[in-house]
Design a binder for this molecule. Structure first.
Ligand code: NI
Length: 377
């Protein structure tokens, strides 16, 4: 593999960020790079994104990168910073694409030795979200036995990998409530039902779900982030809109938080003679990294000279979790820091981590396929 070529590929993607489901140029560049290396493209009904296949026969595993950028104006001092105003690879998905492309090129060089097949997945629209669901729907992963994902982590330096079994990212749910009362003149509150007061009680009460109903050891979160009420100073509005998000790492806690939130909204509305409609939008589940795969990756990373730490848990979401509902998987975070956090205009992924990460992901795929072979004999 030509390391300079890989660095240039990364810088080119960084210069030309594209938002979720619009990654046409990025997809083109990835496909060109795969075809140039004579890597076969898998047939998949994906408008953007691509899947390459290396290896001839045997068990199938997958390596996953995401490819989309964010609506963020870059403020880095990089020579290869974004050339698109208001768009930036602020989550390192350009870096993930380059890592997995590098791994694909290395695996192609070793294709004759492979004890199975590797699908290299370049997933669109992780941020939107919706990309992982689209990939699963396409069926391109239906024969995949194990999947490894990569992600930058700016709190660790190159040479460090963060891996953890179980949940590293949260289940992400959204709630949108409309409290309906009775509008009236601000000077005659007795003639109406003031939903501003109802919403205020609700907003205070939901704070107790985490402090009073959740286990002190559970990482549950409820945030109210958007409130709309009325439009002027002397009218009590007819209704109030309240929106926010719930984050949890555990399915039982997730159900409990939803239940408590709905009960509070309904009972508080009722107590004031108001009504509430509740729109609950179920998002991605919490990530569930497979213990065996996480241990396997940890052992191999240490053998390859990486420092391995346990991934910190985050209440951010990551749609790699959708794959892990169906396929056993592990999510490997690559130290690319120190840098401003992901999604920040000053986020930078240190290129020193790129080539070693490609070598590691290729080694991981090759070794894991070998271990599957041993199991079957
Ligand atoms: Ni990301």
């Amino acid at each position: 593999m030509n390391e300079n070529y890989l660095r240039e590929f990364f810088e080119d993607l960084h210069r030309h960020p594209e938002l979720s489901f619009e990654e046409r140029r990025t997809t083109q560049k990835i496909k060109e790079a795969l075809l140039k290396a004579q890597i076969e493209l898998a047939a998949a009904a994906l408008p953007t994104g691509a899947v390459g296949v290396i290896g001839k026969q045997g068990p199938v595993i997958a390596l996953r990168a995401d490819i989309d950028a964010l609506p963020v104006q870059e403020e880095s001092a990089l020579t290869y910073r974004s050339e698109v105003p208001g768009k930036m690879h602020a989550c390192g998905h350009d870096f993930h694409s380059a890592v997995i492309l590098g791994a694909a090129l290395l695996l192609k060089e070793r294709e004759a030795e492979l004890k199975g097949r590797v699908k290299v997945l370049f997933q669109p629209a992780e941020e939107a979200p919706g990309g992982a669901a689209q990939v699963l729907k396409s069926g391109v992963l239906s024969d995949v036995q194990a999947i490894f994902g990569v992600h930058t982590i700016p709190t660790f330096a190159p040479g460090t990998l963060a891996i953890r079994e179980g949940a590293t990212h949260a289940a992400v749910d959204k709630f949108a409530l409309t409290f309906k009362g009775k509008g009236t003149h601000a000077a005659h509150p007795d003639l109406g039902i003031d939903t501003t007061v109802v919403a205020a009680h609700f907003i205070c009460a939901v704070q107790t779900i985490v402090s009073r109903n959740s286990s002190p050891f559970a990482a549950n979160l409820v945030s109210v982030t958007h409130v709309e009420a009325g439009s002027t100073w002397n009218v009590i509005p007819e209704q109030v809109f309240v929106e926010g998000t719930v984050r949890t790492l555990d399915e039982q806690e997730r159900a409990k938080v939803k239940d408590r939130l709905e009960n509070l909204a309904t009972a508080i509305a009722q107590g004031f003679g108001a009504e509430v409609t509740i729109d609950w939008v179920v998002g991605v589940n919490a990530m569930q990294n497979d213990r065996e795969l996480s241990d396997f990756a940890t052992r191999l990373a240490r053998e390859d000279g990486f420092a391995v730490v346990r991934s910190p848990q985050s209440l951010g979401g990551e749609d790699f979790a959708l794959y892990e509902q169906r396929i056993k998987g592990a999510f490997i975070q690559i130290g690319t820091g120190p840098s401003a956090p992901n999604h920040n205009p000053r986020f930078v992924a240190d290129q020193k981590a790129l080539v070693p990460a490609s070598y590691f992901m290729a080694h991981l795929a090759q070794s894991y396929l070998e271990s599957l072979g041993h199991e079957q004999h």
